[in-house]
Design a protein around this ligand. Structure first.
Ligand SMILES: [Zn+2]
Ligand SMILES: [Zn+2]
Length: 285
């Protein structure tokens, strides 16, 4: 091929420069109106205007934007330093932190059968992580979902790859609740996780076809009954090898009854292994 064919024309070059410039300007304005905040302390990330302007200039020169592309976001260093994360020893099945170094499973997993194969969580359900999940769910902090999705991709990317997971599904909300809230918090997390790891994402393969009562006050048996028939799965549109190993994404793991019910329905629809990832995990079980 001729050298000339590969080089973009002067006109194209100019066009892409302006596109880059406006993209940068758009990002800057958006951040001025809605500054990215740390989901744990809710303090905005400070960036100097000088850096932003230097970046816009760079874009106009046709150089690569560096500052805006790498702008800080997510959990701030101060919060990260103090944040309790789930570390070993944790239950090999559900990922819940356990106190006994020798034990393989938590009390719940060694006494009850789970339909899912395995799961992990980012943080114990306490302190700032607990509050951030609450805000994501009930406080209209939709953007926190992407932060947690990225955290999951970083922390559990290797685990996900080692399991041969091809499909990422959020635990769905029923349509009336989705309308009330405006978004599904689990979907916000799952989209960003799937994007970061280049996995297939679907919000149609698993659907909630009935509203569930609040599960909080129910015991495990009552939860199981309350969840019966609330999910429907259709994996027929997902290419075969990808739909075999499925990752369910949710905000909190408590007793696992929701994940189990979803896993049961997914397995009936053709999934072979079902795993899960949640932002937080309850400890008192
Ligand atoms: Zn913070
Ligand atoms: Zn467990």
């Amino acid at each position: 091929m001729h050298e000339g064919h590969r080089k973009p024309s002067e006109k194209q070059n100019k066009k892409s420069r302006w596109t880059e410039f406006f993209r940068g300007l758009g990002g800057l304005l958006l951040d001025l109106v809605f500054p990215p905040v740390c989901p744990l302390c809710e303090r905005p990330w400070h960036r100097s205007l000088k850096e932003d302007l230097a970046d816009l200039h760079r874009r106009l020169q046709g150089e690569k934007p560096v500052v805006l592309k790498k702008k800080p976001s997510g959990i701030c260093p101060q919060c990260r330093a103090l944040l309790p994360v789930v570390i070993e020893p944790f239950c090999l099945k559900c990922g819940k932190p356990i106190e006994d170094d020798e034990a393989e499973y938590c009390y719940d997993c060694s006494h009850h059968h789970h339909v899912f194969e395995q799961g992990r969580a980012l943080y114990p359900h306490t302190g700032p992580a607990k509050r951030a999940v609450y805000e994501l769910k009930y406080g209209h902090r939709r953007r926190y979902g992407a932060v947690f999705g990225r955290e999951m991709a970083q922390r559990y990317g290797d685990w996900i790859k080692s399991l041969g997971i091809g499909l990422v599904l959020p635990v769905p909300l029923y349509k009336t609740r989705l309308k009330e809230r405006g978004y599904n918090q689990a979907a916000e997390i799952a989209v960003s996780l799937a994007k970061d790891l280049d996995l297939i994402y679907s919000d149609q393969a698993l659907r909630r076809v009935a509203q569930t009562k609040r599960l909080k006050k129910l015991d495990p048996m009552q939860r199981k009954l309350a969840l019966k028939g609330v999910f429907e799965a259709d994996l027929s549109k997902i290419p075969v090898p990808l739909c075999r190993n499925v990752l369910l994404v949710d905000d909190i793991y408590t007793t696992g009854s929701t994940i189990d019910e979803a896993a049961k329905v997914l397995k009936r629809a053709g999934a072979v292994h079902v795993y899960f990832l949640t932002v937080t995990i309850g400890q008192g079980m």
